[in-house]
Design a protein around this ligand. Structure first.
Ligand SMILES: [Zn+2]
Length: 90
């Protein structure tokens, strides 16, 4: 097992416990008020009332919401995490 395999397995087990989905789709989000661009990442919200292009975090949104400080890094991490989902590689 590589370091990536180990980290992936541990993260999947954690996510399965935390939100019931080991392979959530991720999105960028506004984890901090007042930033011009979304600088955090969170699982895509399954709530029907939450518009897909609304980057705000509400009570309906699943955890974890992770602050990564910058929009380019948030975009990169979302792309990496989503491409690592089953069938998600582009
Ligand atoms: Zn939501």
């Amino acid at each position: 097992m590589t370091r990536l395999d180990d980290a992936r397995t541990a993260a999947r087990e954690y996510l399965k416990l935390m939100i019931g989905d080991a392979w959530p789709e991720w999105r960028t989000c506004y984890s901090t008020d007042g930033t011009e661009m979304p600088s955090g990442i969170a699982p895509v919200c399954p709530d029907e009332g939450h518009e897909e292009d609304d980057g705000t975090v509400y009570n309906c949104c699943p955890e974890p919401v992770l602050e990564v400080e910058t929009y380019p890094l948030a975009e990169y991490l979302v792309a990496l995490l989503n491409s690592d989902r089953p069938g998600g590689a582009e």
